[in-house]
Design a protein around this ligand. Structure first.
Ligand code: 13P
Length: 235
């Protein structure tokens, strides 16, 4: 089955690091796995991808195409540089004030220009109810009527960068609940898991009923990242 692995480089990296990542990833031979690399905006033009299984994404996008938006970047600009995806609603942006309403606006802006959103959702702490995640998804896609494509990354905030992971059963429960909502809509979707994925745990988590991973820290260690990609591709 077609798998997706998204690398969220966050505010990390340098020309030197991205050169080495790019050289190694361009040589990868993949059967049925798609990689989406999301560098900081500044490094986007630096990526020369010659591998048809690898695509470019970014970590955020403007919520409007209004010309009076100092500091924002809109999809039309990103598309000029070959960007096809954008992460939206990452918990590290929600902390800075990205509300469900802004997430919804950003998704609409992306879809109207033919880009695919990678929507991040997840509860803050282990004892929070699944309904938080459901609400985040419902609010994010509110008012979208026509056919659309969406990647959802379930990223429990307590699992990001902590080395702690939810159980496969828990991830399956989340995926099942999301599918119940999404299957009623005209949407082509994929569900990923993100949070502390490493070389030690990815095979276990791959048993969950998901379509791949959104990875943070490990994406900067390219040899370890490649092991995960190959492991998933060979499944
Ligand atoms: P880590 O893989 O470093 O836990 O980060 C996950 C994440 O936030 C990806 O968006």
């Amino acid at each position: 089955m077609h798998k997706i692995i998204v690398a969220n480089y966050k505010m990390n990296g340098s020309k030197k690091l991205y050169r080495s990542i790019q050289n190694k990833l361009n040589k990868l031979e993949l059967k049925d796995t798609e990689l989406i690399l999301c560098p900081p905006f500044l490094y986007v033009p630096f990526f020369k991808l010659s591998n048809s299984n690898i695509h470019l994404g970014v970590q955020d996008v403007s919520n409007t195409i209004d010309r009076k938006s100092t500091g924002q970047i809109k999809p039309e600009m990103l598309k000029e540089f070959g960007v096809e995806y954008s992460i939206v609603g990452h918990s590290e942006r929600r902390i800075l004030g990205e509300t469900d309403e802004l997430v919804n606006q950003k998704i609409k802006v992306l879809l109207s220009s033919g880009m695919t959103p990678i929507l991040c959702v997840g509860e803050q702490s282990k004892d929070e109810n699944l309904s938080i995640v459901i609400k985040q998804v419902k609010e994010a896609i509110k008012g979208i009527k026509s056919h659309f494509k969406l990647i959802i990354a379930y990223e429990p905030v307590w699992a990001i960068g902590t080395g702690e992971l939810p159980s496969v059963q828990h991830v399956n429960e989340v995926a099942r609940s999301l599918k119940k909502i999404l299957n009623k809509l005209d949407v082509e979707y994929k569900i990923l898991y993100g949070g502390s994925i490493s070389n030690e745990n990815f095979q276990d988590m791959a048993k969950a009923d998901i379509d791949g991973f959104l990875v943070g820290g490990i994406s900067l260690e390219v040899d370890k990242f490649i092991k995960i990609v190959k492991g998933i591709d060979n499944e």
